[in-house]
Ligand binder design. Structure first.
Ligand code: SDX
Length: 393
């Protein structure tokens, strides 16, 4: 009667834990956050509304959302000493490395919210992370291009504040099309959670040692960095640019993929769970054309991506292996059009995924039944043998 999913006895043999946060049906291409379909949330809900939903389990009332938003606004600033942190890195540092270091460093500044079993401290560290990650991401970018850091402007909405800190200058007013703000907000919604993916598993596993939330999220950022996971959105754009440089020869690239040339994959395709079209990719694909039109930045890479999808989805090699576009296939084209450098794309993924990581960590902390146990290994090495002195080796 409560609409909860019931588990058949065999289910838990394949799943590492139970959770009430995100439901995925990989064969049907279904994704729901707390029961709400992803396409409805992407169309109707704001990112902070979805962050509240993932963390607290229910869509917020207006008063609850206003309070949540005000709390986030109160924490967007970084400690002034933290600003020096960014100048310690070389300008060519990858922002994901800066981000994970900065998130870990937050635990040194905010020692009043490290206890994973004190509800008030957990709420404070959750709000601090949601509020400060955009500031950290913007500061990492500004430092890499030698531009001054802009303080957050809390008269702006969450995403607009981030865009202004990233692209604004103290020398002139910053303006951005509200439609572009809405599209980035929606992209964050699409990335907000995804069940037990690599980075979320990492956050849960680190948290299962009762490490604080900042340390657990920092580990999740590192896991997301990998090109097979969050790093794929950067790898997709690099792949598209390489094909474009080679004369848009999609057919010969697909041949190289099918021949399994070392290091040649169709990035942005395939998924550990979706053996159907990733419902998020469908939403991103629609938004991409709209974003490029709004920005007046037609990009041949979009047409190339669509052609690549068309060729792949009509080729048995991909169809037999159930390889479809995933969330990363189109996002890079939008991020590039918005002005983000390629190496910042995965940082944008992290900004979106943050509330999901927090929600999953809090669920695990509050409900031991959802802990990932200590994984074991099946030993296949040498049987017992005695030590051999080095002279005899
Ligand atoms: C994300 O888990 C999540 O939820 C992740 C995520 C999230 O929101 O957190 O959705 C975000 O990480 C999306 C995935 C982004 N990664 C990429 O786009 C990188 C490219 N994709 C592949 O690396 C791969 O598809 C994986 C890792 C994503 C999934 O691999 P699977 O499902 O384990 O598939 P597999 O490695 O077992 O491969 C099955 C077959 C193999 O061929 P055969 O050995 O059977 O001949 O499919 C082939 C693979 O070689 N294959 C690909 C391919 N992906 C799989 N061939 C070419 N290009 C690809 N992208």
């Amino acid at each position: 009667e409560t609409g909860h999913v019931t588990l058949d006895p065999g289910f838990t043999n394949t799943a590492s834990t139970t959770s009430a946060i995100t439901y995925i049906d990989g064969d049907a291409g279904i994704l729901r956050y707390r029961g709400y379909p992803i396409d409805e949330l992407a169309e109707k809900a704001s990112f902070l509304e979805v962050a509240y939903l993932l963390i607290h389990g229910e869509l917020p009332s207006q008063a609850e959302l206003d309070n949540f938003t005000d709390n986030v606004k109160r924490h967007t600033l970084l400690d002034e000493k933290f600003r020096a942190f960014f100048s310690a890195f070389p300008r060519r540092a990858h922002p994901m490395a800066v981000l994970s270091s900065a998130v870990s460093a937050l635990s040194t500044f905010y020692q009043d919210s490290l206890d994973p079993f004190d509800a008030e401290q957990v709420e404070r560290s959750s709000i601090r992370l949601i509020a400060k990650l955009p500031t950290i991401a913007a500061y990492a970018y500004k430092t890499s291009i030698g531009q001054p850091l802009l303080y957050p402007d809390n008269s702006l909405g969450y995403v607009e504040n981030f865009l202004r800190m990233t692209f604004g200058l103290p020398t002139e007013p910053y303006e951005v099309d509200p439609e572009i703000v809405r599209i980035l907000d929606m992209l964050f919604v699409l990335h907000a959670d995804h069940e037990q993916n690599c980075s979320t598993s990492t956050v849960r596993l680190v948290g299962s040692s009762h490490a604080n939330l900042f340390s657990s999220i920092s580990a999740g950022v590192d896991a997301l960095f990998g090109p097979l996971h969050g790093g794929a959105n950067q790898a997709v754009l690099e792949m598209l640019e390489q094909i474009h440089t080679n004369g848009d020869d999609v057919e010969s690239f697909v041949r190289r993929v099918k021949n399994k040339e070392p290091g040649v994959k169709l990035m942005g395709f395939g998924h550990r769970v979706y053996k159907n079209y990733d419902p998020r990719a469908a939403v991103v694909k629609k938004a991409t054309r709209k974003a490029l039109d709004l920005l007046g930045k037609p990009d041949p890479l979009l047409d190339l991506a669509m052609r690549l999808e068309e060729v792949a989805l009509s080729d048995d090699y991909f169809v037999e292996r159930k390889l479809y576009p995933n969330v990363d296939f189109y996002t890079g084209v939008i991020y590039k059009a918005m002005g983000f450098p390629t190496n910042a794309f995965t940082v944008l993924f992290a900004l979106g995924r943050l509330p999901g990581w927090i929600a999953q960590w809090r669920e695990m902390m509050s409900d031991p039944a959802t802990k990932i146990g200590r994984p074991r290994q099946v030993y296949v090495g040498e049987t017992e043998r005695s030590y051999v002195d080095i002279k005899s080796r």
